[in-house]
Write a protein that binds this ligand. Structure first.
Ligand code: ADP
Ligand code: MG
Length: 457
C-alpha cells in the first residue's frame, strides 16, 4: 500500500487546502474553503463537508479542477470527491470582506513576472473616469518603449484600477511577446529585495537582475517615500533601462508633485513621460463593472441589486467588489436567492447605516408623487395635465441634483424621455422657484426630506 494512503485524511486535506490557498485569491479561499473539512476518506474517494447545497454547487462548478489537482498532487492518486451538506450557522459578520485585502493575490499567476492573469484589458471597464489611463496603458502594451509615454505614470486613490491596468500591460506582453522579460513588482518588494541583497552581500546580483529586464511595472511607488537608499537604486535602474529604450510604467497614489520624501531628481524622472490619473467611476461605469464581474463568474445578479450596490458604494471599486462577494457568500450560506433585500442587508453591514442612502430615482419619484398628489403611473406615463407635468419636472429636477444618474438615465426612467427633456425640466423648475415663493417653499420642503431621509435599511 502506498505510504500516503495510510496518511490520515485530515493531514491530506490540510495539505490540499494549502495547495489551493496558494492558487486562488485570499478572499475566495476564505469564502469557499475555510472550514471545509474531510469527514471520510478511503482508497478512491474523499468526502468533504460543506455548509449547503449552493456551496457544493459552487465548489463543483468553480473549483472542481483545482480540488482534483490538489488531491492528485497531495494524495498521489485521483480521488472521487463526494460532498456532505450540513446547515451552517455562520453569520454575515464572519464573512470576510474583500476591501481588507489590498494586494492582488495569485490565481493562475505567472510566477516569473508576478503577473495575475485575472487582470487583463478586456475585463477592465472603460468610462470617462479611466479612459485616458486605459488608452495610454494599451498603447504602451502594444508598443513598449516605442511611444513617448516612457515612463507612463498612473495615479489615483486606492481601489480604482491602477494595479489592474499595470498587470494588464504585463499580461498583454507575456502573451504577445513571450520572449520579453517583464517584471511586475511593488515598490515595497523592490525595497525588501534590496535590503535582503545587502544583508546577504548580493547587491551586485540584485542590480544586474533588474537591469536585464525589458520592462518594469512598478506598483505603488509612493512607498519609496523617505527610503533614500532604495530611491537611489531605483534612480540608477531607471536611467539604465530608460537609456536602453526599455519601457517603465509606474503607479502612485497621488500626483508625483504631491509625494513628499521623494528626491527631486526621481520625481523629475517620473514626470518626464506621461502622467495620467484615474478618477472615481460614475454610476453607469460602476454598474457596468459589477455586471461584468457577475458575468465573468457566471452569476445572474438581478439588475436592481447591481444598481443598489453601485449607488451605495461610490469611490472605491475594490470595496464595491467586496460587497458583491459578501453578498454571494451570504446567499450561499443562507441558501437564499440574491435579492434586493439580501443586498440591503449586506450593504448595511458593509457600510453601516449612516453612510447608506436610499436616494435613487425611484425613491424621488415616490416622494414627489406623495407630495404633489399624483400617482406613480401618471408621472412615468404620458399624462400631460399641468399638475402631472409639473410633478414629473420636479422629480427630474431633484433626480439631477440628488442622484448620480445621468440625464439620459433620468429621462428614460421618468416617462421614457430623452436627456434634453430633463435639461428643459430642470431649467423650468429653476425658473419657477425664482418666480414663485410658494413653489420655492414646496421644493425646499422636498429637499429637506431628501437631506434628512433616514435610510431604513
Ligand atoms: P488600485 O491598484 O488602484 O488600488 P486595483 O487595480 O487593485 O486598484 O483595483 C481594485 C479592484 O477593482 C480590482 O479587483 C480591479 O479588478 C477592480 N477594478 C477597478 N477598476 C475597474 C474597472 N474599470 N473595470 C473592472 N474592474 C475594475
Ligand atoms: Mg494597487
Amino acid at each position: 500500500m502506498n505510504e500516503n494512503v495510510k496518511e490520515n485524511k485530515d493531514t491530506i486535506w490540510d495539505k490540499c487546502l494549502l495547495f489551493i490557498k496558494e492558487r486562488i485569491q485570499e478572499q475566495a479561499f476564505e469564502t469557499w474553503f475555510d472550514g471545509i473539512t474531510a469527514i471520510s476518506m478511503d482508497l478512491d474517494s474523499i468526502t468533504l463537508q460543506v455548509p449547503n447545497q449552493f456551496h457544493y454547487e459552487w465548489l463543483e462548478s468553480k473549483y472542481r479542477l483545482l480540488i482534483d489537482d490538489a488531491l492528485k498532487v497531495i494524495a498521489q492518486r485521483p480521488l472521487i470527491v463526494n460532498y456532505s451538506v450540513v446547515i451552517s450557522d455562520k453569520k454575515i459578520e464572519e464573512i470576510p470582506t474583500l476591501s481588507n485585502t489590498n494586494k492582488p493575490l495569485p490565481r493562475n499567476y505567472h510566477r516569473k513576472s508576478q503577473l495575475n492573469s485575472r487582470y487583463i484589458f478586456s475585463n477592465f471597464i472603460e468610462g470617462k473616469s479611466n479612459q485616458f489611463a486605459k488608452a495610454a496603458a494599451s498603447s504602451v502594451a502594444e508598443n513598449p518603449g516605442q511611444t513617448p509615454y516612457n515612463p507612463l505614470l498612473i495615479y489615483s486613490p486606492p481601489g480604482l484600477g491602477k494595479t489592474h491596468l499595470l498587470q494588464a500591460i504585463g499580461n498583454h506582453i507575456v502573451s504577445t511577446n513571450p520572449n520579453m522579460r517583464v517584471v511586475y513588482l511593488t515598490s515595497e518588494k523592490f525595497m525588501l529585495d534590496f535590503i535582503t541583497s545587502i544583508q546577504k552581500n548580493h547587491s551586485t546580483e540584485f542590480i544586474s537582475h533588474y537591469r536585464n529586464v525589458d520592462m518594469v511595472l512598478l506598483d505603488d511607488a509612493q512607498f519609496f517615500q523617505s527610503k533614500e537608499q532604495t530611491q537611489e537604486q531605483f534612480f540608477h535602474l531607471f536611467n539604465d533601462l530608460f537609456q536602453k529604450g526599455k519601457q517603465i510604467v509606474l503607479t502612485t497614489d497621488r500626483h508625483p508633485n504631491e509625494l513628499k520624501g521623494l528626491k527631486e531628481r526621481l520625481v523629475s524622472r517620473f514626470q518626464s513621460g506621461l502622467i495620467v490619473d484615474i478618477q472615481p467611476p460614475d454610476l453607469e461605469t460602476r454598474i457596468a463593472i459589477l455586471m461584468k464581474k457577475g458575468e465573468d463568474d457566471g452569476l445572474e445578479i438581478p439588475y436592481d441589486v447591481t444598481e443598489l450596490i453601485a449607488s451605495a458604494i461610490k469611490g472605491d471599486v475594490r470595496a464595491m467588489e467586496g460587497a458583491l462577494v459578501k453578498l454571494l457568500a451570504l446567499s450561499s450560506l443562507r441558501r437564499e436567492d440574491i435579492t434586493i433585500n439580501l443586498a440591503k442587508h449586506v450593504l448595511k453591514n458593509v457600510l453601516g447605516t449612516i453612510s447608506l442612502t436610499k436616494i435613487n430615482i425611484d425613491y424621488i419619484v415616490k416622494l414627489v408623487c406623495k407630495d404633489m398628489k399624483v400617482t406613480e403611473r401618471q408621472i412615468v406615463g404620458k399624462h400631460r395635465t399641468l399638475k402631472v407635468a409639473l410633478a414629473r419636472q420636479t422629480a427630474m429636477y431633484l433626480c439631477k441634483d440628488y442622484t448620480e444618474a445621468s440625464l439620459a438615465h433620468i429621462g428614460a426612467k421618468i416617462g421614457g424621455r430623452d436627456h434634453s427633456t430633463v435639461v428643459h425640466a430642470y431649467k423650468n423648475i429653476e425658473k419657477k422657484i425664482k418666480d414663485n415663493a410658494d413653489f420655492k417653499l414646496q421644493i425646499n420642503n422636498l429637499k429637506e426630506k431628501l437631506n434628512n431621509s433616514n435610510p431604513n435599511y
